[in-house]
Every structure is written in structure tokens, then in C-alpha cells.
Design a protein around this ligand. Structure first.
Ligand code: HEM
Length: 178
């Protein structure tokens, strides 16, 4: 997993909780890098899971909720870090259709060692989109949070649900009247 994910996570913990909380979870999870990550370095994804588990234990917030909140935060950060993927995008379903071919494929060119999930899509009805997340890493809750971040970014009124497992899940987005 790229260092950028870790530096965004540790920054979020500092901002939403505190510097002390971050220090505590780095200690509790015996973090091998003491919280210092370089953006293009590659680290074990297990290290992120250990940090999330430690944060969950410290704050009492369920781990899945923390990962989801991190996903929402990441989408807003991606908008700041990679504005080119958001320019000229005014339709959320079109944006989501392009995760695999338009976005992650470019990410792979920028960072050849990026470990990316497979995200297929289908629209069984015009107002419903299903994203199929499949990965060697158990981050379905992160995908759900990123999709929620998209709803906020595009200012959509959408119901969102997920079923499946942490490595293989279907996220359903349904546009509903406000
Ligand atoms: C402009 C938007 C996006 C950018 C720039 C982007 C970029 C990235 C980057 C850099 C990583 C880290 C790869 C690594 O650690 O090696 C990543 C991972 C991931 N991305 Fe995206 N992404 C975007 C949108 C999305 C969206 C909308 C979703 C899902 C709805 C998504 C799902 C994921 C997931 C779940 C991972 C974690 C790795 C895994 O599960 O295997 N991404 N993405």
C-alpha cells in the first residue's frame, strides 16, 4: 500500500482526534515506521489495519466506521491532490464508471507499485448503480467510504448500501428524490 494512504490516515487521526491519540496508536500497534511514511514508498497494508484496530480500541469507535470515515476523507483529499480526475466531471455515475479505466489505470502509471482493487460497475436501472469491489486486501469499507465521499462531492441525494465480504462486496447506490 502506498505511503500516501498512511500519511493521509495519520494526518486524519491528528486532525480529528489529536496528536496524543496518534502517538498512542503508533505505540499500541508497534508501528515499524513510527508514523513516518514517504508518499511513494510501499508498505504492508496490514500496518494500516493495525493502526485502525488500535484507534478503534482507543476510541471505542468500530473499526469499519473508522475506515469508512477515512474513505470519505480520502475522496476529498483526492480532489485536492489529483484535481485532473475531477475536472469536467458533473455526473457521479459517470465518474464512478471511470474508477477502473480512467482513474486507477492512471494511478498505476504514476505509481507502478500501487496495489489497486478491481471495481466493476453495472446500472440495472437508470437511477441505480452497483459497484463490485474485489481485492486481495480487505478494504470494502474503504470503498464504501470513498463512494459516500462521492455522494457528498457531487451533492447527490442517494441511498447507499453494501453487501458481501471485506474483499468482495457489492455497493449499491440509488438516487432518490430529496
Ligand atoms: C480521483 C479519485 C481516486 C483516486 C485518485 C484514487 C487513487 C487511489 C490510490 C492512489 C490508491 C492507493 C493504492 C495503493 O495504496 O497502493 C487507491 C486505492 C484504493 N482505491 Fe482508489 N482512487 C480514487 C477513487 C476511488 C473510488 C471512488 C473508489 C471506490 C468507490 C476507490 C477505491 C479504492 C480502494 C478500496 C483502494 C484500496 C486498495 C484496495 O482495496 O485494494 N478509489 N486509490
Amino acid at each position: 500500500m502506498l505511503g500516501i494512504v498512511f500519511s493521509e490516515f495519520t494526518q486524519m487521526v491528528e486532525d480529528k482526534f489529536s496528536m496524543d491519540t496518534l502517538d498512542d496508536i503508533l505505540d499500541a500497534s508497534q508501528n515499524p515506521h513510527d508514523g513516518s511514511y514517504t508518499a511513494v514508498g510501499v508498505y504492508e497494508h496490514k500496518e494500516l489495519i493495525d493502526l485502525v484496530v488500535a484507534l478503534s480500541e482507543k476510541t471505542g469507535v468500530p473499526a469499519d466506521d473508522l475506515v469508512q470515515a477515512f474513505g470519505e476523507h480520502m475522496l476529498a483529499r483526492f480532489n485536492e491532490l489529483y484535481p485532473m480526475f475531477f475536472q469536467d466531471q458533473d455526473d457521479m455515475f459517470k465518474f464512478l464508471e471511470g474508477i477502473e479505466k480512467r482513474i486507477h489505470s492512471e494511478v498505476r502509471k504514476l505509481y507502478p507499485s500501487a496495489e489497486l482493487p478491481m471495481i466493476d460497475w453495472e446500472c440495472p436501472e437508470p437511477n441505480i448503480m452497483q459497484l463490485h469491489y474485489k481485492s486481495g486486501r480487505p478494504f470494502a469499507a474503504l470503498a464504501l467510504g470513498l463512494a459516500k465521499g462521492c455522494i457528498a462531492h457531487f451533492n447527490e441525494s442517494c441511498e447507499i448500501t453494501m453487501e458481501g465480504s471485506p474483499t468482495d462486496a457489492i455497493i449499491t447506490l440509488k438516487r432518490v428524490p430529496r
